[in-house]
Design a protein around this ligand. Structure first.
Ligand code: HEC
Length: 120
């Protein structure tokens, strides 16, 4: 009775640790694992989820919109979710999935996608 359960738990642990290695590997992989469904593979805000979403995701490739958002707000939105920055709760919080360093790297990745800096 217990054995299949233990085997299942062991399998889960292997999957969990494999995922940890995977998302430590590359920021781009993180983006294409956790963000693309809504923000799109290229970050243009046109992910597969968007037809059914009442609030559309931010277009991360739009320099005009993105330069108005300070890095600290991008970080907070990713870590604590849209509601933490007075935006839609459709933007999930990632604190449980991603480390602060991974989130910082994602902020840098967004700056590459928009080819912009905060305020410029
Ligand atoms: C389930 C859909 C969904 C997923 C998955 C998602 N987002 Fe979002 N995101 C949104 C929506 C919707 C908004 C727009 C919220 C608004 O404008 O009210 C948003 C907004 C943002 C913003 C802008 C916040 C601001 O201050 O304007 C950032 C930055 C962001 N997302 C980053 C990410 C990153 C990085 C990931 C992956 C780790 C991610 N998002 C995954 C839906 C999603």
């Amino acid at each position: 009775m217990m054995k299949p359960l233990m085997a299942a738990l062991a399998a889960l642990c292997i999957i969990a640790s494999a995922q940890k290695t995977a998302h430590a590997a590359s920021t781009e992989v993180n983006y294409q694992t956790y963000c693309w469904q809504c923000h799109g593979m290229k970050g243009n805000g046109k992910g597969v989820n968007t037809p059914s979403m009442a609030i559309q995701p931010r277009d991360h490739s739009d320099a005009t919109g993105m330069k108005g958002i300070p890095d600290a707000q991008l970080f907070k939105a990713i870590k604590e979710g849209g509601l933490a920055v007075s935006k839609s709760g459709l933007m999930p919080a990632w604190a449980a999935t991603l480390s602060d360093d991974e989130i910082k790297a994602l902020v840098q990745h967004l700056r590459k996608l928009c080819n912009c800096k905060e305020g410029t």
